[in-house]
Design a protein around this ligand. Structure first.
Ligand SMILES: NC(=O)c1ccc[n+]([C@@H]2O[C@H](COP(=O)([O-])OP(=O)(O)OC[C@H]3O[C@@H](n4cnc5c(N)ncnc54)[C@H](OP(=O)(O)O)[C@@H]3O)[C@@H](O)[C@H]2O)c1
Length: 332
């Protein structure tokens, strides 16, 4: 799909579609969920909505514990029966992510994982890890957590006899980026994107980081048995959270087109609780949608596999091969 078609489709659904909450009878009693980036915005909205459907234990994965405590107070006021915990997680830090995932291994169950944390900047910044910040936080951080948290999700599926759920928050802006950006020389995609010279000021890098989320989630799904964990990705729509704080153009247009964070939360929760047949699929407007032909093309497949191989090698080097699941062969 060309950029213009993607933009027109966004305009269309923002005006014509209104996200709805999951049916009130949706019952997740006894279940445990982790929501990343849940102190504010769509993550907070989704966390509140999950708690309102009988969730037993909710882990708010947040950068700043004090902001997490405020979110916890707001959720607990409305849902006193849900046990809400605030755990520190900074996707800018390998140590923080490893510590978070280490703690999660001791959960007695993990039914729902919503990998939602993300950021957008219009200028180049470098993370402490040395990677460009969108690459670090939106792609590498999400990818690492998706691997490190597979074990508790799989363990829970064995316990309950039902697949656990992993939803990655993507964006339809992913399809403005080109898969060509991911088909550079082998093992050189991420080093290239880390270079300031590869960064065009504006939203291009954010869009590309969301394409990386889509490619990663699609490839991950091939390596995970849907009977154990249903892995899907969701476009929450254009929502007036704090997300666009550095992008005045998006804030202005959003006044006319934007949905609320609550409506964005409806999209996330719909993807995380419904659509049992959505393994490896992209959801938008609360339906499974086809990804553009460019992603499905031979070149898209090359990009997807190259990103997977390169990311996996990088993550193995950073956290150590023993930390990552060895069951990453293609699933049946
Ligand atoms: N809003 C939209 O229009 C829109 C559209 C499409 C997709 N999305 C996606 O939706 C997701 C949530 O966005 P939002 O609208 O809720 O934005 P938001 O209000 O800015 O919330 C983003 C969340 O991510 C957290 N976060 C940022 N950097 C992090 C890091 N290094 N480590 C851990 N957490 C970090 C933030 O924590 P702090 O509060 O500490 O910064 C915050 O909790 C993102 O993945 C975004 O790409 C949003």
């Amino acid at each position: 799909m060309s950029s213009m078609l993607t933009l027109l489709s966004i305009l269309w659904y923002q005006l014509a579609f209104k996200p709805k909450p999951v049916p009130p009878e949706t019952n997740i009693e006894g279940q445990t969920a982790i929501v990343t980036g849940s102190n504010t915005g769509l993550g907070l909205a989704a966390a509140k909505q999950l708690a309102s459907h009988g969730l037993a234990r909710l882990i708010l994965a947040v950068r700043d514990i004090s902001k997490g405590e405020e979110a916890k107070a707001a959720i607990s006021r409305e849902n006193p029966k849900c046990q809400v915990e605030v755990w520190q997680l900074d996707q800018d830090s390998w140590d923080s992510m490893s510590a978070f995932a280490g703690k999660a291994q001791s959960l007695d169950r993990l039914d729902i994982l919503l990998l939602n944390a993300g950021m957008k900047r219009l200028e180049y910044t470098r993370s402490a890890s040395g990677h460009e910040t969108h690459i670090q936080v939106n792609h590498l951080g999400t990818a690492l957590l998706s691997l490190l948290l597979l074990a508790p999700l799989r363990k829970t599926a064995a316990l309950t006899g039902n697949p656990s759920r992993m939803t990655i928050t993507a964006s339809s802006l992913a399809f403005i980026a080109s898969v060509d950006s991911v088909t550079g020389p082998e093992d050189q995609v991420i080093p290239f994107l880390d270079e300031p010279a590869s960064f065009k000021p504006g939203t291009d890098r954010y869009c590309l980081s969301k394409l990386l989320n889509v490619l990663w989630a699609r490839e991950l799904a091939k390596h995970v048995n849907a009977k154990e964990v249903v892995v899907n990705m969701v476009n929450p729509g254009w929502c007036m959270s704090e997300f666009h704080r550095e992008d005045p153009g998006a804030v202005s247009a959003g006044k006319y087109l934007g949905w609320s964070s609550e409506q964005g939360g409806y999209e996330l929760v719909d993807a995380a609780l419904r659509h049992p047949d959505s393994h490896g699929q992209y959801l938008s407007e609360q339906k499974i949608r086809s990804v553009p032909g460019s992603v499905l093309s031979a070149q898209g497949q090359v990009a997807q596999k190259r990103l997977w191989d390169e990311t996996l090698a990088l993550l193995r080097a950073v956290v150590g091969p023993d930390q990552l699941p060895n069951h990453l062969a293609l699933a049946d």
